[in-house]
Ligand binder design. Structure first.
Ligand code: NFS
Length: 657
């Protein structure tokens, strides 16, 4: 690489301002020494487009693109006459469509795999959790008593296929929705049909000259987002558990210190667990281990990143190197011999960084090629062809390592793998597994409420910081936090995934954590595993004492550093399910508009949840706590409790700890 010429153009970042992840900061330092650019540098040198940030621009036809004025949103309309509300609702709808499409396509791939496993056409995978298979089948009305697993599985496949292709009628997992929530959806006509139909209709409606009533567009947004949360994402989680095992708590390490200088390091980054599961077989293959040893390595070290990494962390305790904003940074170590990617959140910038450090980067999914990157297609019928080949390439790269290696010596141990099923067992015990103790502790006020803190990391805010501060503030106020995706990794790196972290919790939550021996923050896996949170909410309603619908529960959600369209789809299915959901960073909307009023207030008035927005983590926590307290009051369980505010002395204590 031509260091001298590159160095001149590179912005030098103040690392402390852009990330609290010490490993990422160390690698950014190295990147600047090496003259290598990352997304952090590009974000610093590229101002976000202010019109796009406000969603005040329409490019749905070629009479435009039309720019409306954010300061006077009703002062102008598009060439076709579209108002700011139509334009914003359409832009938002297209984000929901794209995000829902990503999750549902992933879920459908899992279901395709399941069908071929059941048919006996695929030999490399099998049903690992027949108990879960039966439980899920039973829940959606499939007869299980005295039947062969294969027959139940085939019926389950046929039933779940409706999640995607059903033209009319309700999707199968609508059966899991609390009756009153379902009644609200029916009343407003948003119970989803198959995801393909919902996404198609939403794209149709947002075409030029179709739906031009922001309320009607939002209705279809809700229906489509619900087809993701209670549909595609839920199928992805349930089928992955059935095929690969339902997570139970497992001790595992996160952070870049999981890389090993003397071993062949392989990273799998992406979202679909099948590639990763096969890679796990490949790295355990004795002939490949021998080949690695023959090349001078002590072994083969497999590490995850992003969401499939979070699933493997939960299911098998596979170490995890970092979240979305660390995917380039990890390559800068020079220690990664190969990185295999599948779909979603794969930055094109990885190609350049991999090239600079001689890491072999491979795309594997027909949906995701990257210009200039070698593609080794992954086929479920012969998965090892792809994964073995990645290992072989990694071994060659190990042998030819020529650049210096610098691995940040940071590793954070923690407990991961809390599925809905395990939480049930953990709280209730083997013989009386149930959510009753959770509900009881919420009713008696030891636990004030439950918050889901999820989602991406984003270079527009200080990496990991918003997640960590928000979660600390919540647990300090006796709110049990459940997490998925990149947010889970942020907190794991901050050391909150240990039972000992209970000392950071308020007295009530601390007592519960210490009694059960659990951390105050529970990691549930990847972003599609947000469906586990929906199931947990349904279960809390079913057990009783906390209202009749999800909207009655003292719960709230947040994606404090979100960046992807998938996050918008997730946010909207939580809102449509009845949850107050706060996003950080930025929100594609103008505050003075009717569309804003609908998302941030109006939806709550019709029995849904609502959106919230704040950049500051303490403000976010305040909003979530206020909402939880409002729900407690409505339920009549509002003990006089003061919100514990973190003062400066408290914060210093935490930082010193
Ligand atoms: Ni979720 Fe996973 Fe991370 Fe965001 Fe991307 S990896 S599906 S979208 S960035 S949490």
């Amino acid at each position: 690489m031509d260091n001298e010429t590159k160095k001149k153009e590179l912005i030098i970042l103040n690392k402390k301002d852009v990330t609290i992840c010490a490993a990422t900061a160390q690698m950014l330092e190295k990147a600047e020494r090496d003259g290598v650019e990352t997304a952090f540098h590009r974000a610093a040198s590229m101002k976000a487009c202010p019109i796009g940030a406000d969603s005040a621009c329409c490019k749905n036809c070629s009479m435009g693109p039309c720019r409306l004025v954010s300061k006077d949103p009703y002062g102008k309309v598009g060439v076709c006459g579209a108002t700011i509300d139509t334009i914003q609702a359409r832009n938002f709808a297209r984000m929901v469509s794209s995000g829902a499409a990503a999750h549902t396509d992933h879920g459908m791939s899992m279901l395709d795999l399941f069908r071929d496993v059941v048919n006996g056409e695929i030999a490399d995978y099998s049903i690992k959790d027949p108990i879960k298979l039966e439980a899920v089948a039973k829940e959606i009305g499939i007869e299980v008593e005295g039947r062969e697993i294969k027959d139940i599985a085939m019926d389950l496949y046929k039933e779940l296929e409706r999640t995607y292709i059903q033209v009319n009628g309700e999707i199968p997992f609508a059966k899991r929705v609390p009756a009153k929530t379902l009644e609200t959806w029916r009343k407003h006509g948003v119970v989803p049909r198959g995801a393909m139909r919902e996404i198609m209709e939403l794209m149709h409606r947002t075409h030029m000259g179709v739906d031009q009533d922001y309320q009607n567009i939002t209705k279809q947004c809700s229906r489509t987002a619900l087809a993701d949360g209670w549909g595609g994402s839920m199928v992805a989680t349930e089928i992955s558990d059935i095929l690969f095992g339902t997570p139970t708590p497992v001790k595992a390490d996160v952070n870049m210190g999981c890389l090993k200088e003397n071993e062949v390091n392989i990273i799998i980054h992406g979202h679909e667990p099948n590639l990763f599961e096969s890679m796990l077989d490949s790295v355990n293959d004795s002939s490949l281990i021998q080949a690695a040893k023959d090349a001078g390595a002590e072994g083969i070290n497999l590490v995850g990143m992003c969401c499939s990494g979070a699933e493997m962390l939960s299911r098998h305790g596979i170490p995890h190197a970092g979240n979305f904003m660390s995917t380039e940074a990890v390559l800068i170590t020079g220690a990664v011999d190969a990185m295999g990617v599948d779909v979603q959140c794969i930055k094109q910038g990885l190609a350049r960084v991999a090239e600079c450090y001689g890491t072999k980067l491979f795309t594997t999914n027909p949906r995701c090629h990257i210009e200039g990157v070698e593609h080794i297609e992954f086929h479920e019928h012969s998965p090892r062809e792809c994964t073995d080949s990645i290992v072989e390439n990694a071994i060659v790269r190990f042998k030819n390592r020529s650049l210096p290696i610098e691995i940040p010596k940071i590793k954070n141990a923690g407990i991961h793998g809390f599925s809905h099923e395990y939480v049930n067992y953990m709280l209730g015990g083997t013989f009386r597994s149930s959510y009753t103790p959770l509900n009881d502790n919420i009713i008696n006020g030891r636990i004030r409420g439950v918050a889901g803190v999820v989602g991406c990391t984003n270079p527009r805010v200080r990496h990991d910081w918003v997640h960590v501060e928000l979660v600390k503030e919540l647990i300090k106020n006796d709110i049990l936090v459940v997490q998925t995706g990149c947010s889970q990794i942020s907190l794991a790196k901050a050391g909150l995934y240990t039972p000992e972290a209970a000392h950071l919790a308020g007295p009530g939550l601390r007592e519960v954590c210490e009694t059960v021996g659990m951390p105050p923050v529970l990691g549930l896996g990847s972003c599609v595993d947000n469906s586990r949170i929906l199931i947990a909410c349904s279960e809390m309603v079913r057990i009783g004492g906390l209202g009749e619908s999800i909207a009655d529960l003292p719960v709230a959600g947040a994606a404090p550093e979100w960046m992807s369209e998938k996050a918008i789809s997730i946010g909207h299915y939580f809102v449509a399910s009845g949850v107050f959901t706060v996003f950080g960073v930025t929100f594609p909307i103008i505050e003075e508009t009717k569309f804003h009023q609908l998302l941030f207030e109006g939806l709550e008035d019709i029995g849904f949840g609502k959106w919230g927005f704040a950049v500051d983590p303490y403000e976010m926590a305040r909003m979530m706590i206020a909402h939880i307290d409002k729900k407690r009051r409505a339920l009549g369980i509002d003990k006089a409790r003061e919100r514990v505010l973190m003062d400066m002395a408290d914060r210093q204590k935490l930082e010193a700890a």
